[in-house]
Design a protein around this ligand. Structure first.
Ligand SMILES: Cc1cc2nc3c(=O)[nH]c(=O)nc-3n(C[C@H](O)[C@H](O)[C@H](O)COP(=O)(O)OP(=O)(O)OC[C@H]3O[C@@H](n4cnc5c(N)ncnc54)[C@H](O)[C@@H]3O)c2cc1C
Length: 297
């Protein structure tokens, strides 16, 4: 099928994109990499009357450290973010998550902001944002607001972004400790497919190997990516040994509302979440311990 007829405009600044959104209201959609929007238009699942191309907006492409956060412009291509070594050192989970996203061809076009606003519950970047507690800077004509990840993801493919708002940038917390480790893992039918279930974790340990900070995220097993905060907190002060980690993730099902489909039953998704959660926590621990020993984990 082909897309329904639409009008097209190119914005050269965030302000211009916001003005066009204000003018055309809910009938307009921003076009970033087009890797989700264009297929949805071709299937007539989306029928915007106006497409506003934001690909030429330089302001959407900045990538910089700002205090305790790394700030990525919404329009950065996924491939450029994945290859940015400085960013990978500051927020390693972004590169670890992007490894699993689509294919090099989709990452060449797909943007950070497009993935986050598209908000597929199985998508990797929304999961990393939720787990780390990233925040989202949304601009509209004459205003700006910042929304925490916990409030940004509202339902499958629905975020706090209003029809007249443009996601300008995302602030990713940088953990500054010396012994920080992270890991991302998922199960999908083929590499590059959306995950059946995905998990990510980041931990910080002290010089004695005790956990002082942890986050744990699960994707694909609820309507939005989930941050299992109580489980992560229960690990504080422990050595993150295998027995402790496996006991901690035993209750993970209570955070999830998985559905059943042709790929997996709800029960299997919970099982996968438990296995993957334990795995990423162990890997994050080993990664942190490897740094403490001055070796690569
Ligand atoms: C074959 C294939 C495999 C894929 N596999 C995966 C996968 O495994 N994991 C995964 O996460 N993704 C996957 N994707 C999706 C891919 O990551 C997309 O790039 C991403 O979902 C959307 O990014 P985009 O820049 O292409 O956005 P677009 O498709 O252009 O836009 C998506 C939505 O975001 C809105 N939007 C875009 N930018 C902004 C902004 N700055 N402010 C407000 N709204 C905005 C658009 O209006 C639209 O509603 C796959 C895609 C394909 C084609």
């Amino acid at each position: 099928m082909k897309a329904a007829i639409f009008e097209y405009a190119r914005a050269d600044s965030i302000a211009q994109a916001c003005s066009l959104l204000a003018e055309h209201g809910a009938d307009a959609k921003l076009l970033a990499g087009g890797q989700s929007l264009v297929p949805m238009m071709a299937m007539r699942l989306a029928r915007p009357a106006w497409l506003i191309n934001v690909n030429e907006i330089a302001e959407l492409k900045s990538s910089r450290r700002d205090g305790a956060a790394w700030v990525t412009g919404a329009g950065l291509r996924q491939v450029d973010v994945e290859r940015d070594g400085e960013l990978a050192r500051a927020v390693p989970l972004i590169r670890q998550g992007l490894y699993w996203v689509g294919h090099v061809q989709t990452k060449n076009r797909g943007t950070v902001g497009g993935s986050l606003v598209h908000a597929d519950p199985s998508a990797e970047l929304p999961l990393v944002a939720q787990a780390l507690g990233a925040s989202f800077v949304l601009r509209r004509n004459g205003g700006e607001r910042t929304v925490a990840a916990a409030d940004f993801f509202q339902a499958p493919m629905m975020t706090a972004t209003e029809p007249d708002e443009c996601l300008a940038e995302v602030r990713w917390p940088v953990w500054q400790g010396e012994r920080v480790g992270s890991a991302f893992d998922e199960l999908s039918i083929r590499h590059g497919d959306y995950a059946i279930v995905a998990a990510c974790a980041q931990v910080e340990v002290d010089s004695a190997g005790r956990c002082v900070r942890a986050v744990l995220g699960i994707g694909g097993a609820a309507s939005v990516p989930v941050s299992a905060e109580a489980i992560a907190r229960s690990l504080h002060g422990t050595q993150l040994d295998d027995t402790t980690v496996e006991a901690a993730v035993e209750s993970i099902g209570q955070y999830l509302e998985p559905g059943s489909d042709v790929h997996a039953t709800a029960e299997y998704r919970v099982h996968l979440a438990r296995v993957l959660a334990a795995r990423v926590l162990r890997q994050a621990r080993d990664h942190a311990a490897g740094k403490a020993r001055g070796t690569r984990a």
